[in-house]
Write a protein that binds this ligand. Structure first.
Ligand SMILES: [Zn+2]
Length: 343
C-alpha cells in the first residue's frame, strides 16, 4: 500500500475529524446517569447562564484550539476525540480530574475552592494528562510521575498565557511577566496570591508548600498513595522550575513546542529527570537546531541540578492501558483537598 507517500496528506485533510466540545451536568451527584448526567451545552450552543458549565465549555474549547493552532495536534488523542466535561460533580467537591474519557469538575466548597472549571490552567493541566496518556505514557510514580505532573503544569500554564496574550505570548518578556501559578483562580477564593503550585518559585505557592526548586532539595518518598506516589506533586517543582527558566530566555511558545515534542518523540514511560533533560534538549535541537534554544534548555536543567542524559533516541509509543493513577490523581493533591495545611 503506497497510501502514505502519495495520497495520505489529502485524505487526512479531507477526513480529519474535528473534536466537538460537549458539557454535561451531574446535578450534584457523584454517580450521574450514564457517567455523564445531562448534556447541557454542545458545540456552538449559546451560553447556558450557569457559570461552572460555561467555564468548562469555553475552557475546553481553548485547550482544543491551543493544541490545534500552536502544537498542530488534533485534540487529546491526536485523532479528534470529542472534548467532554462533567460539571457540578458531587457536593462541595474540591477537585477536578481527567479519567481517560472526560473531564470532571467539582464545585468546590466555596471556602478552599471555587468551581474548578473556572481555572483554564487547571482544565489544560488535566487535559494534558490525557495527551500524555496517548504519547509518552509516563508512569505515575517517582521521577516519571513527577514529570507527568510537571508536563501538565507546563502546558497548563502556557495555555493560560496564550489565552491571555495570543499575539505576544511567544516573547521572553511575556514569559517574564506571567504569574507561573497553577490554580490561583480557584484556590481559596478569599485569599489573594496563593495557588496550588508556583513554577517560578516552587515552595512558595502557599504557607506550608514543600515543593523543591532544585535537586539539592529533592524529596525521596515511598512510592505509595499516602506519599503522593513518591512525591509526584512535590518533586515536580524541579522540572517546573527548569521549564520556567527556559521560557524566560526563549519564550513560552518555544518551550511549549519543545516540551510537547519531547513528550511525543523522546520521552519513554520510565523516564527520570536526567532523561527528561536529554529529551527536551533533543527536542529543541530537532526543532531549532543546535543554538540558543537547545542551550537555554540545557542551562535551565543545569541550574536546577539535573545533569542531562546523553544518547537520547527517538521513542516509539505503543498504545495501551493508560498509566494507573490513584484516587489522588486530580489537580488537587490529597493534602490540599481540605485547604492548605496552615489554614
Ligand atoms: Zn496532575
Amino acid at each position: 500500500m503506497d497510501l502514505v507517500t502519495f495520497a495520505a496528506p489529502r485524505i487526512a485533510a479531507a477526513t480529519a475529524k474535528a473534536p466537538k466540545v460537549e458539557t454535561y451536568d451531574a446535578g450534584g451527584s457523584e454517580d450521574p446517569a450514564g457517567g455523564f448526567g445531562t448534556l447541557v451545552r454542545s458545540g456552538d450552543d449559546k451560553a447556558s447562564g450557569d457559570a461552572a458549565i460555561d467555564a468548562a465549555h469555553t475552557n475546553a474549547g481553548i485547550v482544543r484550539d491551543f493544541y490545534q493552532q500552536v502544537l498542530g495536534r488534533n485534540s487529546i488523542d491526536g485523532a479528534g476525540m470529542d472534548m467532554k466535561s462533567v460539571v457540578h460533580f458531587g457536593k462541595d467537591y474540591n477537585n477536578a480530574y481527567w479519567d481517560g474519557a472526560k473531564m470532571t469538575y467539582g464545585d468546590g466548597d466555596g471556602k478552599f475552592f471555587a468551581p474548578l472549571s473556572g481555572a483554564l490552567d487547571v482544565v489544560a493541566h488535566e487535559m494534558t494528562h490525557g495527551v500524555t496518556e496517548h504519547t509518552a505514557r509516563l508512569e505515575y510514580a517517582g521521577q516519571a510521575g513527577a514529570l507527568n505532573e510537571s508536563w501538565s503544569d507546563v502546558l497548563g500554564e502556557i495555555v493560560e498565557q496564550w489565552s491571555e496574550n495570543r499575539s505576544g505570548f511567544g516573547t521572553p518578556d511575556a514569559a517574564r511577566g506571567a504569574d507561573w501559578l497553577i490554580g490561583e483562580d480557584v484556590m481559596t477564593p478569599g485569599t489573594a496570591g496563593d495557588a496550588l503550585r508556583s513554577m517560578k518559585a516552587p515552595g512558595t505557592a502557599y504557607d506550608g508548600d514543600v515543593q523543591p526548586a532544585d535537586m539539592a532539595h529533592y524529596q525521596e518518598m515511598p512510592n505509595d498513595e499516602e506519599h503522593d506516589n513518591g512525591g509526584v506533586h512535590i518533586n515536580s517543582g524541579i522540572p517546573n522550575k527548569a521549564a520556567y527558566d527556559a521560557a524566560i530566555k526563549v519564550g513560552s511558545e518555544k518551550v511549549a513546542k519543545i516540551w510537547y515534542t519531547a513528550l511525543t518523540d523522546f520521552l519513554k514511560p520510565s523516564a527520570d529527570f536526567a532523561a527528561a533533560a536529554g529529551a527536551t534538549i533533543a527536542a529543541a535541537t530537532k526543532l531549532y537546531g543546535e543554538g540558543a534554544e537547545s542551550q537555554a534548555v540545557a542551562d535551565a536543567w543545569k541550574a536546577v541540578g539535573v545533569t542531562a542524559a546523553t544518547g537520547i533516541t527517538r521513542a516509539t509509543h505503543t498504545a495501551g492501558e493508560a498509566p494507573a493513577r490513584g484516587d489522588n490523581d486530580g489537580i488537587v493533591p490529597r493534602w490540599l483537598q481540605h485547604g492548605p495545611p496552615a489554614a
